[in-house]
Design a protein around this ligand. Sequence first.
Ligand code: NAP
Ligand code: NAG
Length: 314
Amino acid sequence: MTISSNPTAPLVVVVGSTGKQGGSVIQALAESDKEYRIRGLTRDVSKPQAQRIATQGVEMMNVNLTADNADAARAAFKGANIAFIVTNFWEHLDKAREVAEGKMLVATAKAADVELLVWSGLESAAEVSQGKYGHVDHFDSKAEITTYARKSGVQLLIVQAGAYASNHLHSPQKEADGTYTLGLPVGPNTILPIIDAVHDYGLFVREGIECPKFGAGTEVLASAEDISVAEMLVQLSMITGKKVVYKRISDEEFMAATRAPHHVALELLEMWKYFEEFGYFGDKDTSSSRQHLNRTPHTWADFVREADWSSILV
Ligand SMILES: NC(=O)c1ccc[n+]([C@@H]2O[C@H](COP(=O)([O-])OP(=O)(O)OC[C@H]3O[C@@H](n4cnc5c(N)ncnc54)[C@H](OP(=O)(O)O)[C@@H]3O)[C@@H](O)[C@H]2O)c1
Ligand SMILES: *[C@@H]1O[C@H](CO)[C@@H](O)[C@H](O)[C@H]1NC(C)=O
């Protein structure tokens, strides 16, 4: 665990440093035998999580990265050799806002003359499905930012995050007979590219930065394994000793179960249909992205073994 203070070491500016992806990027670069200086951005350097990161030698900096705050963003990216950027749709559920913030971050990194911009993009579900699924905003928004970044001419490395293993920590429902079900509006053979984001997203970013096969102009798909939801539940049952079974539910049942506003429920429904019919990454193959990692990423089973299920599989 070393983060450099040597002024000749490249400076990596990390957006979302207190979050899952950005935090994982910091951990992975700290594990590297290469030297990096790291500046972590947050809206609140005083919070415990930010303080913890600072004790590792990361320069933590306060900045609110909204589209109307580009001047402050410029100051935060000053001197960066590498920038890692991520946008957070789930905080506001607003596609236009996510796109505006993402474009601002890209333009700011470009203006800072970074040697490499690492962007946490996703596919456009609308484009991959040729218009069939047009409401998967948090995918389409990231693809729109990718298009903008490509056009900007910045040295761009895309590291798409797979489906977080942690998404499923709260999803099983207890049935009257004491077993558990996971209800989804898709078939049991739907495949997810699973990643333990906190543990491993940064591992893929490190590969993208350090491995000569990747770097600017390339894309890394961050997934430890491609696994069906049915197989995930078989493994979950085996490891926890609780019976968790797959349950196909109707679109209406699924939307109601999300307890989200209609447009968000529809977005999540279409997301699952998109995964089932077209694939999370479209038809892109994830295996080449796993070939040059510095350690083995957690599989779904590894995640299940380490996670605390006590409050959910009670
Ligand atoms: N769940 C999945 O399966 C999955 C898969 C692929 C992609 N994603 C995408 O991942 C993204 C979220 O990333 P994450 O999981 O790392 O999120 P997270 O753990 O919730 O962290 C969000 C980070 O963003 C920072 N942030 C948010 N708004 C900010 C602002 N205005 N100014 C400065 N910093 C700001 C937060 O910093 P502070 O709070 O400290 O300011 C925090 O560090 C989402 O867009 C989602 O679509 C999720
Ligand atoms: C960040 O900016 C947004 C939009 O201008 C504002 O709503 C929010 O309160 C700001 N957050 C902080 C912590 O300054």
